[in-house]
Design a protein around this ligand. Structure first.
Ligand code: ZN
Length: 294
């Protein structure tokens, strides 16, 4: 399944949808007509008991009756998850990225956090005040979206708790990140958490440990790697996090960025007003955003 969040002129607010071929199913509307209860937003949907089955039932009903079916051309795509309880990030999790920064590969995952408020969706604008930061950088990343509450789960079953995968850009104000003792400010500026365009459920991904990942700025490819380069794979990360704290439905894990970030390039590449940034992951899609001085 490919799931996302959408808005339109004829519907109220932001709602969770299933991309079904050429159409999008408004899950709350279709489920309601079918006599099934599904909340409006995707995070709340993934918190429902047996949500995967309910989504399938709503989609089947929509296909048979036409209720809740929309043409994507009439919709605006929004970030696929709104207001997650946690946005967890993993530092130095690609061998090639640790090497470029001159760091040793860590023995255990290094976690930090972005405020959920920083999230924006596909095609939205990454904005910053140039008086606050003059060193804004991109980090293309695979993002895990949690689907079931996970506490102290074993690595062998960790991926069963995952709703799916999406794409993230861990936008970073390097000057603030380096000036502070820890990274939350430099990583959490408003709009510095683009995600999307969709959440792709695990059964649609052949092997999450072998996916090409790339980042382009104004069409120039600056990051190009593969999730084979991950030091800690997705199951290890979910299990590791769940030993420390409970993972809730909709929680996001930005799993780290490969080499080629602008800050470590020679000459250095920094994002500027008007730049277009695209992060792509094989089998998941492409996340496109533009940059603007606020
Ligand atoms: Zn990152």
């Amino acid at each position: 399944m490919r799931l996302g969040q959408f808005e339109s002129e004829t519907t109220d607010g932001t709602w969770g949808g299933l991309i079904d071929g050429e159409e999008v199913v408004h899950l709350h509307a279709a489920a309601d007509a079918a006599g099934i209860a599904l909340p409006r937003d995707l995070r709340s949907i993934t918190a429902e008991w047996e949500w995967r089955e309910k989504v399938e039932l709503a989609a089947t009903y929509a296909r048979e009756t036409g209720v809740g079916l929309y043409d994507p051309a009439d919709l605006t795509r929004r970030e696929p998850i709104t207001d997650p309880q946690k946005v967890i990030c993993v530092g130095l999790n690609y061998r090639d990225h640790a090497d470029e920064g001159g760091f040793d590969a860590p023995d255990e995952p290094v976690l930090f956090s972005k405020f959920p408020q920083s999230l924006i969706g596909p095609d939205e604008t990454i904005e910053w005040d140039p008086a606050l930061t003059s060193e804004v950088d991109y980090e293309g990343e695979l993002v895990v979206v949690m689907g079931d509450r996970a506490r102290n789960v074993d690595e062998s079953e960790a991926l069963e708790y995952v709703a799916g995968y999406t794409i993230g850009n861990d936008v970073s104000a390097r000057d603030l990140q380096m000036a502070d003792e820890q990274w939350v400010r430099g990583k959490s500026l408003d709009t510095f958490g683009p995600i999307g365009p969709h959440v792709v459920t695990p059964e649609e991904v052949d092997d999450s440990g072998d996916l090409d990942i790339w980042t382009e700025v104004n069409g120039e490819r600056l990051q190009e790697s593969n999730t084979r380069q991950l030091i800690f794979d997705l199951a290890e990360l979910v299990a590791f996090c769940s030993r420390a704290f409970t993972l809730e439905p909709g929680d996001l894990i930005y799993t780290g960025t490969p080499d080629g970030v602008g800050y470590f390039r020679d000459p250095r590449v920094l994002l500027d007003d008007g730049d277009a940034v695209t992060v792509g992951i094989e089998g998941i899609g492409e996340l496109h955003n533009t940059c603007r001085h606020a």
